[in-house]
Design a protein around this ligand. Structure first.
Ligand code: NI
Length: 231
């Protein structure tokens, strides 16, 4: 499932991110790339543990925590701390599939935890009018999808997907990117749950109080109970 989540950040929050990112020190994006993707990747990135990345990452995580569409679509168990990248001057990222697991270093010394990457996320921080190119191209069984969203909007897609970022030929494409380990590992099951959830919400708005809504909500939770792994 390819899911567009609009307005994760407000205009003010995007402007605040941009101000802080402008003043930050960027490094070669290959620092977080795996073996194969290092050869395909050409962009700038904020160092993972830079104070700016941490502060803005926290702001994004709290915005996600309040976003019903994100929560319903991702059913997040763990979220990798958001990273930030920038493409300009013809930079691009060729075809690759994201690493299956990623290690997160926690505050405690030598403590490490793993995140399985079920869902990949890109949060756009530059408006489409600010740059040419830079489309996120995601392949699935229905073909190739081109994604270029307003600043503050998020796209979620299965981490199993082959994807790439087209060369940026004018301006700069600035974004945050991260991965989610979902309580429901399978993309097909997550898609069914979101469809059911959204249908129940629509029915609830149109035919308030219908007893079938209780039944359908029960079905939703019983499917989630069957499929979720919350540990
Ligand atoms: Ni990627």
């Amino acid at each position: 499932m390819l899911l567009h989540v609009p307005n994760v950040l407000t205009g003010e929050q995007v402007a605040d991110c941009r101000r802080q990112l402008e003043a930050a020190d960027w490094v070669d994006g290959r620092v977080t790339a795996g073996h194969q993707s290092a050869t395909a990747k050409d962009n700038g990135q904020l160092p993972e543990h830079s104070p700016v990345a941490r502060e803005l990452g926290q702001m994004i995580l709290s915005a996600l925590d309040r976003n019903p569409l994100f929560l319903a679509g991702a059913l997040p168990l763990k979220i990798f701390p958001p990273l930030f990248n920038r493409y300009s001057g013809g930079q691009s990222f060729g075809n690759h599939v994201d690493n299956a697991v990623r290690q997160v270093r926690t505050a405690a010394p030598n403590a490490k935890t793993w995140v399985r990457t079920d869902i990949s996320a890109t949060l756009f921080l530059a408006a489409p009018s600010e740059y040419d190119g830079g489309e996120l191209m995601i392949d699935d069984t229905y073909g190739s999808h081109s994604v270029k969203l307003p600043a503050g909007d998020l796209v979620l897609y299965p981490s199993t997907s082959l994807h790439r970022v087209q060369p940026v030929t004018r301006g700069a494409r600035i974004a945050s990117f991260f991965w989610i380990q979902s309580m429901v590992r399978d993309d097909g099951q997550r898609t069914l749950l979101l469809d059911l959830d959204l249908a129940i919400q629509r029915l609830g708005a149109d035919v308030k109080g219908h007893p079938a809504l209780v039944q359908l909500t029960g079905v939703y939770h019983n499917l989630l109970r069957r499929w979720a792994d919350a540990s």
